[in-house]
Design a binder for this molecule. Structure first.
Ligand SMILES: [Zn+2]
Length: 476
């Protein structure tokens, strides 16, 4: 290994490697390692055996509370933590299992297989029993070898990864009625989210509410939809975590919504917020003006508020169309214009960035479409023919859209304007590219720009339309 730089920089580099090499890339294992490090206040490599055992003991005490037992059914079904058999000593059996793993840490194993999570030698339990879905969520159960790689009985896992799995629920998040494991390419963000989860757990413990099954053991901000929960985390990270210097530009977050229940488990549903959307979220959270417009825009697109969710605010209880379309890689450009008031729902500069960051439109093309829209605005302002804007906005297919552009081109020529409205090359390559894909986005972008540029004219028309309607109402 080569290090360059001052001794302090080298020390920092070594610390970074130590810090990151303990993670495996598996969301459960990494969550568990983060949890253990947070409860012990130490890096994994510095934790002593008694400290591990104390953490395990505290964990079992927590897991045996009614609130946690209910959550653990869909994470570790049939496990020692939730056995209901009479005279079964859950505390003793659970500690025995965890202490066996702790005593196996760092001891070279004679197992012929390697851990499927980190590649270290797999661990043999004291009683030689296999690791199955009871201890490791989302793998098979022992009697069905066809659910395991190579038809083995159970999976191969090392003591460290198996122990980490047991702690992962501590830093998980509840959404959509199930535990969710959060994954992020920035370990500092996971740590900060973990701190919040532990703070929640301590608070509930102090209040003594874990004796009730009505409450969730796992950190719960009461989001009914994992999609809204994911965006809520992104808003939180890009606002407060950024201010603390934890979050940067290149993050992406994933939520693994887990159902490991014994009967008909749904398995895992994955909700990923890619870096392109994360960067866009960071942009809209970066100024009070953008933020206000964004939340106002979101508020218009929640699905109908259900009666039974009265105790929850609509942004926790209902699905949001904008969030869903962003996660499904569908365009939300349509939502940036309000056809009733003929205004923009968010500043144009945010829309430009959205097209670049999320839709992958290159800067040059955005600029050319914007310039074309500016010339169209100039033409309409001169002719006073505001109906052209409405005709463009309501063009339902490519043929009518092209036809509207042709009519504007004719107006432009009639006005004897200097220079062409658009060059032939730009028209072919930029406005209506060869495969015609995305023409609706070109239309929307032009209309949005026209709403912005011609706002004074269109707003007046909107007002006079209303007056006409009132008059009509008066006549009848
Ligand atoms: Zn491992």
């Amino acid at each position: 290994m080569n290090f360059s730089g001052s001794p302090i920089e080298i020390q920092q580099e070594v610390a970074d490697i130590q810090q990151n090499s303990r993670l495996t890339g598996d969301p459960f294992v990494d969550a568990g390692i983060t949890a253990i490090e947070l409860v012990t206040g130490k890096l994994w490599c510095e934790i002593t055996e008694p400290e591990f055992k104390k953490a395990a003991n505290d964990l079992v005490t927590l897991y045996l509370t009614p609130a946690w037992s209910k959550d653990l059914i869909s994470i570790f079904p049939n496990s020692t933590y939730i056995q209901t058999a009479r005279n079964y000593n859950k505390k003793e059996k659970s500690c025995e299992f965890l202490f066996d793993l702790i005593e196996g840490l760092g001891i070279s194993q004679k197992h012929s297989n390697n851990c499927i999570f980190c590649g270290a030698k797999a661990f043999n339990r004291k009683d030689n029993s296999a690791f199955v879905k009871t201890q490791i969520p989302l793998v098979g159960s022992s009697s069905f070898t066809n659910f395991f790689p190579s038809f083995q009985n159970g999976i191969s896992i090392c003591a460290r990864c198996a122990l980490a799995f047991q702690f992962a629920p501590l830093v998980s998040y509840r959404a959509g009625g199930k535990p969710c494991v959060i994954s992020c390419n920035n370990p500092e963000i996971l740590k900060e989210l973990g701190r919040e989860a532990l703070h929640y757990i301590n608070e509930q413990r102090v209040l003594g509410v874990y004796q009730s099954k009505e409450i969730s053991g796992i950190y719960d901000e009461k989001f009914r939809s994992p999609q809204n929960a994911l965006f809520h985390l992104a808003y939180k990270i890009t606002r407060s975590y950024r201010n603390k210097g934890i979050a940067g530009e290149n993050e992406e977050i994933t939520i693994y919504h887990v159902d490991n229940y014994n009967q008909n488990p749904k398995g895992v549903s994955i909700y990923n917020l890619p870096n392109s959307v994360f960067r866009f979220v960071a942009l809209v959270m970066s100024s009070p003006e953008y933020r206000e417009s964004w939340f106002r825009l979101l508020a218009r697109h929640y699905t109908k508020f259900k009666k039974e969710s009265d105790d929850l605010p609509f942004w926790k209880a209902s699905l949001n169309l904008i969030h869903n379309q962003l996660l499904n890689n569908q365009s939300i450009l349509w939502a940036f214009r309000d056809d009733e008031t003929r205004t923009l729902t968010i500043p144009f500069v945010v829309i430009e960035r959205y097209m670049g960051l999320v839709r992958g439109m290159n800067k040059q093309r955005i600029e050319k479409i914007k310039n074309l829209a500016d010339r169209i605005a100039e033409c309409i302002e001169k002719s006073g023919d505001k109906k052209r804007v409405m005709a463009l906005q309501s063009a339902k297919d490519l043929v009518s859209f092209r036809n509207q552009l042709r009519l504007i081109l004719r107006d432009w020529q009639k006005q004897g304007q200097s220079g062409p409205l658009t060059s032939f090359d730009d028209y072919i390559e930029v406005v209506i590219p060869g495969d015609y894909t995305g023409w609706t986005e070109v239309r929307d972008l032009i209309v949005i720009r026209l709403y912005e540029k011609l706002h004074h004219m269109l707003a007046r028309e909107s007002a006079s339309d209303e007056q006409d309607e009132t008059k009509e109402g008066d006549d009848t």
